[in-house]
Design a protein around this ligand. Structure first.
Ligand code: Q0Z
Length: 300
């Protein structure tokens, strides 16, 4: 178990009810029973939330999520109602707050993978398949898959990792029709995003979506979409199967944390030390870079 070095106290805002502190985001409800998602500058690595925050991270990820929601709107509707800062909330919530329609969430983490990485590689090496999807022989860490696959997971208890499940399990639990709709939605949104990212020099290796149901039963894209926190982006010009690919956003953090310089013992379950200024600065630059590469806009 791990988590926060010190769990942040949620900001109290009159008229809002705080309902959840995530690793890097806060969730509130408002008087209209809408949800208010507030992205912080917190960053996590190796399951720990580190100090200090990364300047602009909350606003960059919120901007990216909005940019993707717009690009995907012809495929699926999304839960965003407004980017207005609720009355009485701190001014620094601007740009990192999304007011969202409260949906009946489907409790399935809808993961699409176009490349083999991380837990997918571990499972493939042991069984030749990922979440029950059989894959050809000869793949290695970083390989592109013959076609993207849907690898659902179930949200774990606080502090635990999501658990990969088979498509058959999702169908059993939620019905074949919904399972099929989730798979189709996940793969169509991933395919669109992968192609757009690739044109901009980024490999979108995998990503996780969460869907809600609108009152009529249609799927609605919810949560955050296609941010570096919910997705693996790799620089395309450095992509080469056969070894772990550098993460676009967190590579400096991970490299420093696992180097002797940090003095941190990952195995001992002790909190990591504060990041040095240079790691924060270089990581900030990577978030700006992923934003600028994807959107073609300058960050500031
Ligand atoms: C999203 C989460 C966050 C911590 C619930 N539109 C929606 N309707 C109902 N529920 C949700 C949403 Cl987005 C919902 N989460 C994830 C977000 C902080 C956890 F900002 N939990």
């Amino acid at each position: 178990m791990s988590g926060f070095v010190t769990k942040p106290e949620p900001v109290e805002v009159p008229g809002l009810t705080h309902i959840h502190t995530g690793k890097v985001r806060e969730l509130y409800t408002d008087a209209d029973d809408n949800l208010v998602m507030v992205a912080s500058d917190r960053i996590s690595a190796y399951d720990w939330v580190l100090e200090p925050g990364i300047p602009d991270k909350g606003r960059i990820l919120t901007s990216l999520s909005l940019w993707w929601f717009d690009l995907l709107a012809d495929l699926y509707p999304n839960h965003v109602l407004s980017t207005d800062v609720p009355a009485g909330a701190p001014a620094d919530w601007a740009g990192r707050t999304l007011v969202c329609r409260r949906l009946d969430m489907v409790p399935v983490e809808c993961v699409a993978r176009g490349y083999l990485a991380g837990s997918g590689t571990v499972e493939y090496r042991a069984s030749g398949s990922v979440c029950g999807v059989a894959l050809p022989e000869g793949l290695t860490e970083g390989s592109e898959l013959p076609e993207p696959i849907f690898t659902p997971a179930t949200k774990a208890e606080v502090g635990e990792h999501d658990e990969n499940v088979s498509f058959a399990y999702v169908a059993e639990r939620h019905g074949a029709e919904l399972a099929d709709a989730l798979r189709r939605a996940t793969l169509s949104v991933y395919g669109r995003a992968r192609d757009i990212a690739r044109e901009r020099g980024l490999v979108l290796a995998d990503t996780k979506f969460e869907f809600g149901l609108d009152p009529a039963g249609g799927l609605v894209l919810a949560d955050e979409v296609l941010t570096p926190d919910s997705s693996r982006y790799w620089p395309a010009d450095r992509w080469a199967p056969g070894h772990a690919q550098p993460s676009f956003d967190k590579q400096y953090v991970r490299d420093w944390l696992t180097s002797p310089e940090s003095g941190w013992d990952r195995v001992a379950d002790t909190p990591p030390p504060d990041m040095p200024e240079e790691v924060v600065t270089r990581t900030h630059e990577k978030y700006v870079e992923v934003y600028e590469r994807l959107t073609g806009n300058r960050w500031a």
